[in-house]
Design a protein around this ligand. Structure first.
Ligand code: ZN
Length: 81
């Protein structure tokens, strides 16, 4: 007796994830953030650390500055006039 019931199409749990990102518990720690905080103190609330020369690998304190998220977006926006 052959049962040929059509199998339901396999659905990936993540194929239609309505959320663009999974919420990650805890705070992400970046090396440049650690360097900045060691030199200048805690990063102000709602600020991010920006690499002045655009080189993310250059984590010299002189290359790091705390900017607001809005400022940071503007800094990285090529089309900003
Ligand atoms: Zn930046």
């Amino acid at each position: 007796m052959t049962s040929r019931s059509p199998q339901a199409p396999q659905r990936s749990l993540f194929a239609r994830n309505p959320y663009p990102r999974q919420r990650v518990s805890g705070v992400q720690f970046y090396e440049h953030t650690i360097v900045y905080e060691r030199v200048f103190g805690p990063v102000p609330a709602d600020h991010v650390i920006h690499h002045e020369d655009g080189d993310f690998a250059n984590n010299s304190p002189l290359n790091l500055s705390a900017v607001t998220k809005a400022q940071h977006l503007a800094l990285h926006s090529e089309s900003a006039a």
